[in-house]
Design a binder for this molecule. Structure first.
Ligand SMILES: NC(=O)c1ccc[n+]([C@@H]2O[C@H](COP(=O)([O-])OP(=O)(O)OC[C@H]3O[C@@H](n4cnc5c(N)ncnc54)[C@H](O)[C@@H]3O)[C@@H](O)[C@H]2O)c1
Length: 244
């Protein structure tokens, strides 16, 4: 028996990195997975896998979200799990950030999870049960990286708490995960040199960078009924980096 048998799960950004790892794990544990992503080529690849259905979604679009939630509910009969994982990052320093940079970042990383909850929670409320997991970042917890990425992840943190109180009485749980530096295409695209990564490992109590599966395992727990009394909680998955 799988830990997510008969559950229908939408994972945004499910075609790469952390989201793909979650899609694989959730499918292995018996869920029907909808990997919702803007990258069509990557979606084609993940759709080859058993129990993973790729669907195109721009998380920054209210209309896309309304259509996706309706289609998933019609095709699969319900929605049990939503992971708001899709996101973009940036290392731009604060003195080079303009309004367009800010709006793009906050549209994808901030409005995306908000719109996901807005459109999917009503389907969960209809069955009086659901689990929403929002992916924030350790940069929302400590004073590092003064830029629009940190701001967007702070928004995810605040929205998760507010949504937990809003949707709790309808049986919908909302929790947030705070990854540290995880080895994915996102981090590979950053300018982080080998030297900097070595220093980050040295500065991490558990002495390694994170892997996508480290985040996927925590998401699996929050998605499953094992966490049925947990809402509004925050799990930091950073090898102890932000505890110092
Ligand atoms: N990798 C890290 O070190 C790290 C640390 C903390 C938090 N996070 C967060 O984890 C999440 C996943 O990151 P990752 O490292 O796996 O990145 P990734 O770049 O490997 O994957 C992100 C996915 O999101 C998709 N995406 C981007 N914009 C989208 C949009 N508008 N609509 C739909 N899909 C879109 C991309 O196509 C991609 O498939 C992000 O929210 C990121 O901010 C990552």
């Amino acid at each position: 028996m799988g830990r997510l048998d008969n559950k229908v799960a939408i994972i945004t950004g499910g075609a790469s990195g952390i989201g793909e790892s979650m899609a694989d794990l959730f499918a292995q544990e018996g869920a029907i997975v909808i990997a919702a992503d803007i990258n069509e080529a990557a979606l084609e690849k993940v759709s080859q896998k058993q129990n993973i259905n790729g669907m195109k979604l721009n998380v920054a679009s209210d209309e896309d979200w309304a259509a996706l939630a309706k289609e998933v509910n019609e095709r699969f009969g319900k929605i049990d799990i939503l992971v708001n994982n899709a996101g973009i990052s940036s290392e731009k320093p604060y003195d080079q950030i303009n309004i367009e940079d800010w709006q793009k970042m906050l549209s994808i990383n901030g409005f995306g999870p908000f719109a996901g909850m807005k459109h999917v929670a009503p389907y969960m409320a209809a069955q009086k049960k659901g689990s929403i997991i929002n992916i924030s970042s350790y940069t929302a917890l400590i004073g590092q990286g003064l830029n629009h990425y940190s701001a967007s992840k702070g928004a995810v943190r605040a929205l998760s708490k507010a949504a937990a109180t809003t949707f709790g009485r309808q049986g919908v749980r909302v929790n947030a995960l705070f990854p540290g530096i995880i080895e994915t295409p996102m981090t590979q695209a950053l300018s982080t040199s080998k030297d900097l990564l070595d220093r980050l490992v040295q500065a991490t109590p558990l002495q390694r960078l994170g892997l996508p599966i480290d985040i996927a395992q925590a998401a699996l727990f929050l998605a499953s009924d094992e966490s049925s009394y947990i809402t509004g909680s925050e799990i930091v998955i950073d090898g102890g980096y932000s505890a110092q």
